[in-house]
Structures are given as structure tokens and as C-alpha cells.
Design a binder for this molecule. Structure first.
Ligand SMILES: C[S@@+](CC[C@H](N)C(=O)[O-])C[C@H]1O[C@@H](n2cnc3c(N)ncnc32)[C@H](O)[C@@H]1O
Length: 324
């Protein structure tokens, strides 16, 4: 059964199916850029873990005792094909994958503020390799759907989940721009590390609102400007060397965006300055990382001279019924 069969009648099924088919045609091309990730997925899907643990900082899929030394070496080679690994940590058949981001630190900041996950239909928009989806699985959601347009992350998740074997986790190649097609579908939507990459952040928040069931929750995490004033930075070209960054809000600016997009019970539950404790170069991500994105003479500034980033975490609700 396709997961769309379980979604409410309100979804725009023809448009979703057309978008999914178009993305699958794209990713199924016999071109180097796709095969470099599809082949490792196809090889890795022959391994099925007997033990999986998603309830601690490192997601463990299988252990070294489940495979031979030769098999472990072959698995490691295929996992290296998904470099650079941005999110983790994972341990896969005893192979430790230390990713650029210590995603367990973000999860720890979030976990106690999450709504109950058990039995819920969840979307993780910009899910990357699914680190957070695997962490969610420990809360026994009914279903978690990852939205991830990147071919590298798409196949990395598919490889990991083919070894882990969760039937209630799935991924598609759609982006946040498609979320409005899923009207009244999700109990919980995660939007983490995405909003500052969108040129129309308010449109994004409004379409996510429409995709939540009445009473549903948005968990949003963003790069942010330090300070209390409700303002957003719009960089000239890059922010902390990243292209494709549009509006970088303060926490209170993001609160105002959410309120003005119709959310209620908006709560900023965590904010912290970014540090290289959270994001750094590793053996599995050998390019520049957080420290390289700052002014070498002043770590309070980005390489471009803007205020160095903070991260903010907010929860917001779609009201059950419109107030009279
Ligand atoms: C900064 S990462 C954040 C990953 C993860 N959510 C986290 O918080 O650690 C942004 C992710 O969004 C994905 N992405 C890129 N374009 C997107 C789009 N149009 N819609 C949804 N996600 C997108 C990227 O491939 C990447 O995995």
C-alpha cells in the first residue's frame, strides 16, 4: 500500500503523484551523478540488521558481530560513497560514522519539548539522511515522511533504512514547496535548518499551516541572529559563506512570523550561540566547517562581517477551531 492511501481525502493526490513521478524520472536517469549514490544504496540494501537502537545519541544499525570482517569492509566502502556525511552520529554494523553535525545535541535540545509522537503522522521537511526520523521512531509514530530533494541524502536515507527495516519511515524527493499539496495531513511537522534558505519564508509557514491537522504542531529550528529585536538580516550574497541564504531572523522575528501566519501558542523554547561543538570537520566530512565560516580575527562575526549565528527552536500550533 502506498502511504498516500492512508492520507486524508483533502490532499491534492493528482498533483502529488505527478510531482513524485517527475522526481522519480529525474533520479532514475542512468547518469553518473545519480549512479554514484544509487549503486551504494543497491549494494547496502542486501544487508539487514538484526539489532537497531534509535533511542540513544548514536543511531546503531546492526553490530560488528552480525557481519564478517570482509563484509564490514565492503559496507564501509559503500558508506564512504555518501560523503560528506552532514548529520549523525551513526554506528552501522560497528562502523562509526562521525558526521559534521552532532545532531544528537539538537535532538537533546528538542526532545523534552516535543508533543507525544506515539501514533502520530509526522513530516520532517529537509530530513537529510533521516537522523531525526530514526530518533523519532523510538517514540512509535504511526508514520514519518521525510521530504528531501537532494539525491545524495535521499539514497543515504534509503540505504540506512533498508538496513534498519522501519516500515513506518519513508522519504520522498519533494521539497517544502510541495507541502501545501498535503492539506490537513500531519499531526506534527518538523522544519529544521530550512526556513533561512527560502526566499518567501512567510509563504512557507502558511503552507505548512495548511498541511497540519487542526490541533497539530510545527517544530521549527533555524539559524538566527542574536538579539531581542524582531528583525531579520538579508545578506548581500552569502551568510557564513553559505549561498542561498535569504532571511536570517532573530527568535522574536520568527515568533512574529509564526503568529502572523495564523499559528497559536507560539513558544521559543531554546536558543543558543553556534559553536564548533555542534558543527565541525570530521573523517566523514573533510571540507570546510563552522570555524572556517567565521572571521578569523573575530569569532563573533561571520566571514562576511555579519553577526555570527545563533540557533533558535520554536513550537507553534494550528488551532483546533477558528476563534469566533
Ligand atoms: C541545513 S540542512 C538541515 C537538515 C536537518 N533538517 C537538520 O536540521 O539538521 C537543510 C536540508 O534541507 C534540504 N533541502 C534543500 N532544498 C530543500 C527544499 N526545497 N525543501 C526541503 N528541503 C530542502 C537539504 O538537502 C538539506 O538536507
Amino acid at each position: 500500500m502506498h502511504y498516500l492511501d492512508t492520507f486524508p481525502a483533502a490532499i491534492n493526490r493528482p498533483a502529488i503523484e505527478a510531482a513524485l513521478a517527475e522526481r522519480l524520472r529525474w533520479v532514475n536517469q542512468q547518469k553518473k551523478g545519480f549512479l554514484r549514490y544509487r549503486r551504494p544504496f543497491e549494494i547496502l540494501q542486501q544487508y539487514r540488521a538484526r539489532s537497531v537502537d534509535c533511542d540513544s545519541d548514536t543511531i546503531r544499525i546492526g553490530s560488528s558481530t552480525e557481519v564478517s570482517v570482509e563484509e564490514q569492509a565492503a559496507i564501509r566502502d559503500q558508506l564512504r560513497a555518501f560523503m560528506p556525511w552532514r548529520k549523525g552520529p551513526f554506528s552501522i554494523f560497528g562502523i562509526d560514522v562521525d558526521a559534521e553535525w552532532r545532531s544528537e545535541r539538537k535532538w537533546r535540545r528538542l526532545e523534552s519539548h516535543l508533543p507525544e509522537l506515539q501514533g502520530k503522522v509526522v513530516a520532517d521537511i529537509g530530513c537529510n539522511n533521516g537522523y531525526y526520523m530514526f530518533r523519532m521512531s523510538a517514540g512509535q509514530p504511526e508514520f514519518v515522511l521525510g521530504f528531501e530533494p537532494s539525491v545524495q541524502h535521499y539514497y543515504c536515507f534509503k540505504a540506512l533504512n533498508s538496513m534498519a527495516g522501519f516500515h513506518n519511515l519513508d522519504i520522498n524527493l519533494l521539497g517544502v514547496e510541495h507541502i501545501g499539496l498535503f492539506e490537513n495531513t500531519f499531526d506534527i511537522i518538523f522544519l529544521m535548518g530550512v526556513i533561512y534558505h527560502r526566499s518567501s519564508p512567510l509563504d512557507v509557514l502558511a503552507s505548512i499551516h495548511s498541511a497540519l491537522k487542526p490541533g497539530g504542531s510545527l517544530i521549527i529550528e533555524s539559524q538566527a541572529l542574536p538579539g531581542d529585536r524582531p528583525i531579520a538580516l538579508f545578506p548581500e550574497k552569502t551568510y557564513a559563506k553559505a549561498p542561498g541564504v535569504y532571511f536570517v531572523p532573530t527568535g522574536s522575528c520568527l515568533e512574529n512570523w509564526l503568529q502572523r501566519c495564523g499559528y497559536s501558542d507560539v513558544e521559543l523554547f531554546c536558543s543558543h550561540p553556534m559553536t564548533s561543538e555542534d558543527q565541525r570537520r570530521t573523517e566523514w566530512m573533510t571540507f570546510e566547517s563552522y570555524e572556517d565560516f567565521l572571521d578569523p580575527k573575530d569569532p563573533m562575526k561571520t566571514a562576511e562581517g555579519y553577526p555570527a549565528p545563533w540557533r533558535v527552536f520554536l513550537r507553534a500550533t494550528k488551532e483546533k477551531k477558528n476563534r469566533p
